[in-house]
Structures are given as structure tokens and as C-alpha cells.
Design a protein around this ligand. Structure first.
Ligand code: HEM
Length: 416
């Protein structure tokens, strides 16, 4: 059974479904659309070729199995020069950590380092101070009525955290945040030509920014992560230009990976908290449930709804033969509502077992920043429920018309 045998009507139905999924209305509640997709099977052919996977255990299996690869430089080149995979912004992404396969991935991942317990503890103090400042501003604005939680808190905490960690000048933070929103299209499922052009422009500006930063940092090496990466790359790579490229791709991806995803987690978590007063009351009475609330948010509505892989050789998945180089889209947002893995999956329940969720992926590309994202979300939630009186939702948040990366464009709240 292969993609060529898929009835035309099946493909048409999937096209209609994705057209709806890519609208603000579809993004406001994509889960009924996912349920319809799942009713066609845990694996279903994608309208544009390749496959969509909605079964939780199949998604986890693909992520953990070395036969499934990232769409790396070689794969991108094989798609042809006129395709989206070879747009300038896509080629830049093709050089970053999540687009590398072993052995190059192993080498670069080792050079990137990781967040150990002591660095997270140290960052904890920074994050706590940032959260306090942001909640001061939020509380002040709320005195006048409603305030946009997304703008005042969710969008600002991740850039302040990562900006402080990477020692980026504060004056640059807002521009960097805007650029990360602009570049995202090149990582979306079906970007249009004009969206790709926006990504290309943003990526070009980010390259100039980071190359300048690296040049300046070389003159004044400190013990910040960029300085550490410069030292590591210099030891690995005799060619200075190549070393700078290595540092650039790491710094670039860390920034891109750390901002939107974390902002979306913070806004989704706040939305789940303020839309039901009993959830606020529960956390006020049981602050020990904060980590479980964050994990259930990541299960219930993860910031990244799709992760893609390509077949490293001819493979079988859910009864389909997937040929070498064909792409599979792991519909993580849908898989997290798979009743075979999560009983009563549409119920938000911080008491459930979420240890297997795929919000941070799984296997060798497991998110490097997961401890930092958790730290930000848990710190914010703890401070929110202990510092502020109960907040209420003023109106449903508008959603960006995307498929892979969720984004709440605003989140208006008031005192309850
Ligand atoms: C809630 C917030 C976040 C979510 C949902 C998230 C999600 C993900 C996912 C799904 C992947 C894997 C992609 C794949 O398998 O192809 C990933 C990889 C990665 N993430 Fe995150 N991320 C978050 C925050 C962060 C932060 C704060 C950082 C950095 C400080 C970060 C850095 C990275 C890096 C460097 C990778 C590439 C790992 C590799 O390919 O080996 N992420 N993230």
C-alpha cells in the first residue's frame, strides 16, 4: 500500500481539512479537525505527498527510531533548487541543529552543551526577578480595567530570559522577537511565496546581527554561552570562518527555538488558568500542582503541533509503505488527544500521567531547552497565583493562521 493507491476523494477531503486548519477559526479549536483526521486512521496520506501521523505511539516510535531522519542538507538538495526547501531562509535552517543527522548532529549537540541543575538554579533567580517585574506592570495595567497578558508577559519573559542568558543588549530584544515571528513561515507546513520572502528577509537580518555579535564577543570573551561556544568551536574547527558559522547557527537556533514556543506555552497555560475559576482556586490551594499543570498544558495544547521526519530507507508505518526520502508529519497536537494513549483526552486534567507527551519531541533531537521552558512556565504560574487576585478571561484570544507553530495573538484578562 503506497501513496499512489490513495483514492482521490481521500486526498480532497484532507485538503479541505487543512484549508480549515490554516485559518484563525481552525486554530481557535483544531481538535475536532484532528479527530476527523484520526478517524481516517492513525496514518493517512498527506494531500501534498508523504503522510500524516495522528497515533501517539506511532509518532513516539518514529521520533525514537534511527531509520527516520531529519530533512537535512542532502535531502533538501534532492528536492530541487526551485522548491521551498531551498529558499534562502530554509537553507539557513538546514544548517541548524534540528536539521542535522548523525554523526554531524552528535558532534554539534555535544558542542552546544546542556542546561544542568546548577545552571538552571542560577537562571532561576534571573527568571524570578524578570517575572516579578512583568507582573508588577501587569498589575498596574489591570487597575485600569483589562490588560493583554500575551503582550505584557508571555511575549516578554522568554526574550528577557534568553537575552540575559546570551548577554544580548536589552535594546535589541524587541527587534529580535519581531524577527523570530517573521522567520517562522519557513518552518511552517505550506508557506506561500510571500511568507517565504518575509522569512528570507528576517533570516538575512538575523545573520548580520549574530555575525556582528560574534565578532564583538571574540574581542571580549566572557563566561556567557556565546563565548563558550566560540571557545568550543575554535578547538574543534581550525578555520576561523567555519568556527564562526558554527557558533552562528547555534546562537541563531537557540534564539528561534526559545521565543515563540515558550511564549505560546505561557499564554496557553494562562488561558487554561483564567478560563475556569476553579483552576485558579486549585493552584492557590495546591501550589505543589504547578509542575503538573505545566505538563498537562504541554499535553493538552503543545506549542508545536507538527514535527516532521523523512524515511532514511523504504519503511513501513501503520500499514503504509513509505519510500526512502518520503516525509511524515507527526501531528503531535492530534497525537496528544489520542484516546488510546490518554483516556478522555479532551479533558484538561493536571492529575493525569503526562510523562510520555511529545511536546519537546523525543529521541536524539529532544528539546535542548526543555528545562529552561519548564523553569519559565513554573515560575510564572507560581508567582501568578500567589501574587495576583484571581484573573478572568475577557474574550477568546485570536490565533495566528498557522498549522505547526501555535500563537495566541493576544490574551485579554481582567480581575475576576
Ligand atoms: C515550550 C517551549 C519549547 C517547546 C515546545 C520546544 C519544542 C521543541 C521541539 C519539538 C524540538 C524538536 C524538533 C525535532 O524533533 O525535530 C525542539 C528542539 C530544540 N529546542 Fe526546543 N522547545 C521549547 C523551548 C526551547 C528553549 C527555551 C530552547 C533554548 C534555550 C530550545 C532549544 C532547542 C534546541 C537547540 C533544539 C534542537 C535539538 C536538536 O535537534 O538536537 N527550545 N524544541
Amino acid at each position: 500500500m503506497g501513496s499512489t493507491t490513495t483514492p482521490v476523494t481521500d486526498r480532497r477531503a484532507a485538503v479541505a481539512l487543512f484549508s480549515r486548519l490554516r485559518t484563525p477559526q481552525g486554530q481557535a479549536d483544531p481538535f475536532p479537525l484532528y479527530a476527523r483526521l484520526r478517524s481516517r486512521g492513525a496514518v493517512t496520506p498527506a494531500p501534498w505527498g508523504g503522510y500524516l501521523v495522528t497515533g501517539h505511539d506511532l509518532c513516539a516510535g518514529v521520533l525514537r527510531c534511527g531509520d527516520w531522519l531529519e530533512p537535512d542538507r542532502g535531502w533538501r538538495a534532492r528536492q530541487g533548487s526551485g522548491t521551498r526547501w531551498n529558499a534562502p531562509s530554509a537553507r539557513e535552517i538546514g544548517n541548524t541543529l534540528p536539521a542535522l543527522n548523525a554523526p554531524e548532529h552528535t558532534r554539534v549537540r555535544r558542542a552546544a552543551g546542556s542546561f544542568d541543575r546548577s545552571s538552571i538554579q542560577e537562571l532561576g533567580r534571573t527568571v524570578s526577578g524578570i517575572v516579578d517585574g512583568l507582573l508588577d506592570t501587569l498589575a498596574e495595567r489591570l487597575r485600569d480595567g483589562e490588560a493583554d497578558f500575551a503582550d505584557l508577559v508571555s511575549e516578554r519573559l522568554p526574550i528577557a530570559t534568553i537575552g540575559s542568558w546570551l548577554a544580548l543588549p536589552r535594546a535589541d530584544w524587541a527587534r529580535l522577537r519581531d524577527l523570530t515571528h517573521e522567520q517562522v513561515f519557513t518552518q511552517e507546513l505550506l508557506p506561500s511565496a510571500s511568507q517565504l520572502a518575509r522569512s528570507d528577509a528576517a533570516m538575512a537580518e538575523l545573520r548580520t546581527y549574530f555575525m556582528d555579535l560574534i565578532r564583538h564577543r571574540r574581542n571580549r570573551l566572557g563566561d556567557d554561552p556565546v563565548s563558550r561556544w566560540i571557545r568550543t568551536w575554535d578547538a574543534m574547527e581550525p578555520d576561523r570562518e567555519q568556527a564562526d558559522e558554527g557558533v552562528y547557527f547555534l546562537a541563531l537556533f537557540v534564539l528561534l527555538a526559545a521565543l515563540e514556543t515558550t511564549s505560546t506555552l505561557l499564554s496557553t497555560m494562562a488561558l487554561l488558568l483564567v478560563e475556569r475559576p476553579e483552576r485558579w482556586d486549585l493552584l492557590t490551594a495546591r501550589p505543589d500542582l504547578v509542575p503538573a499543570f505545566v505538563e498537562e498544558t504541554l499535553r493538552y495544547d503543545p506549542p508545536t503541533h507538527v514535527i516532521s521526519r523523512v524515511a532514511g530507507k523504504d519503511l513501513t508505518l501503520g500499514g503504509y509503505e513509505v519510500r526512502a526520502d518520503e516525509m511524515v508529519h507527526l501531528m503531535v497536537g492530534a497525537a496528544h488527544r489520542d484516546p488510546a494513549r490518554y483516556p478522555d483526552p479532551d479533558r484538561f486534567d493536571p492529575g493525569r500521567d503526562t510523562t510520555q507527551h511529545l511536546a519537546f519531541s523525543a529521541g536524539s533531537h529532544y528539546c535542548l531547552g526543555a528545562p529552561l521552558a519548564r523553569l519559565e512556565a513554573q515560575t510564572l504560574l507560581r508567582h501568578l497565583v500567589t501574587r495576583l487576585p484571581r484573573l478572568a478571561l475577557v474574550r477568546r484570544p485570536p490565533m495566528a493562521p498557522r498549522v505547526v507553530f501555535r500563537r495566541l495573538l493576544s490574551l485579554d484578562v481582567s480581575y475576576a
